[in-house]
Write a protein that binds this ligand. Sequence first.
Ligand code: SAM
Ligand code: MD0
Ligand code: SF4
Length: 367
Amino acid sequence: MKDFKLDAVLHRAIDDQQLDSSEIYYLLSLRRSGQISRLFRAARQLRDRYFGPHVFLYGFVYFSTYCRNNCRFCHYRKSNQQLSRYRKSTSEVIDAAGRIADAGAHLIDLTMGEDPAYLQQGADGFEKLVTLVKRVKMRTGRPVMVSAGVISENEMKRLSVAGADWYACYQETHNRSLFRKLRPGQDYDARWQAKEGARRAGLLIEEGLLAGVGENIQDITYSLEMMRSLDADQVRMMSFVPQDGIPLAPGPVVDDLRETVTMAVMRLILPDRLIPASLDIDGLDGLQRRLEAGANVITSLILPGEGLAGVASGSLDIEDARRTPDGITPVLESCGLEAASLNDYLEWMAQRRRDREDRWKDRRNIC
Ligand code: SAM
Ligand code: MD0
Ligand code: SF4
């Protein structure tokens, strides 16, 4: 059946025209399989235009699972006593980062809970994180992402000087009342402003959403517009994975298309950005459909034997080496994709930084 509205909206996106909120809402609401196939095909077409068959690989190093917060969706929330936490030593982190880089990761994502030990001032606190970044960069020669929760602009500058390239901090939702339920006691504006501070400090930024935590399509529409206004360099959605010891109830499993449809719409409205397919939700089995929806980064690669956890799916596919560069290769090939070279990734980052510098200079001049 001819679907004139869908054709028209997809056409506009492929033609590089900016979609408005009613068009975004319409695309996010699609659920018929024929429509979804066309949406995903358009997303892949745009991915191909900007990235060709090249996919970037991110090694994940969750180096401390201690946290001062109580996010209702997170296994590592402070009040959860049903887990044994770890804090890896500096040399363990450097070794693990080195091994995943040697195995083919283009970037090292250094992630922690909001661990008070690292967030306090001093040589045993934040300075230790700065040193960690410096040494991981030195050992691996790879770009480094820091996912350390909310930190100040001054701290962001110190990380940047130490060699950090990216700051990841996910709002989860841009509906303030839902945010308060998901991240009780945390400041919505501080979390948002941390990303703006990171950009001013010269870091690339990643923004992210959770699916299945009580949001509706209107909320996601608004979130995508906020991501566009933030000019985020990497954008993601992850489906909520219910876990032991957390208060957020599993949502009704009405919508297992929400994450992939949202990723495809992200690709249509931010076609030149990085969009991750995380192995931390459904493991390797979930990779193909996320790539088919237009993702161009694979995140949460973890080698077996490191004693490192994932965030959403703590252990899934890790010890049987299915979250490794080798493990994902057959899936990449079956999608007609391949791992990029390190140089491709470095060039993308450099170009993005130059473009962004120009855009934000222009914006400052206009204001
Ligand atoms: N502690 C830092 C923070 O919260 O910004 C860095 C950790 S970051 C990797 C944690 C992210 O993982 C959250 O922002 C959330 O998007 C995701 N996450 C946590 N628990 C999850 C779950 N149960 N299901 C899906 N995603 C989850
Ligand atoms: C992932 N487990 O990419 C990681 C994590 C943090 N920057 C990323 C959520 O799935
Ligand atoms: Fe802590 Fe991050 Fe988990 Fe929230 S999402 S409880 S800040 S580790």
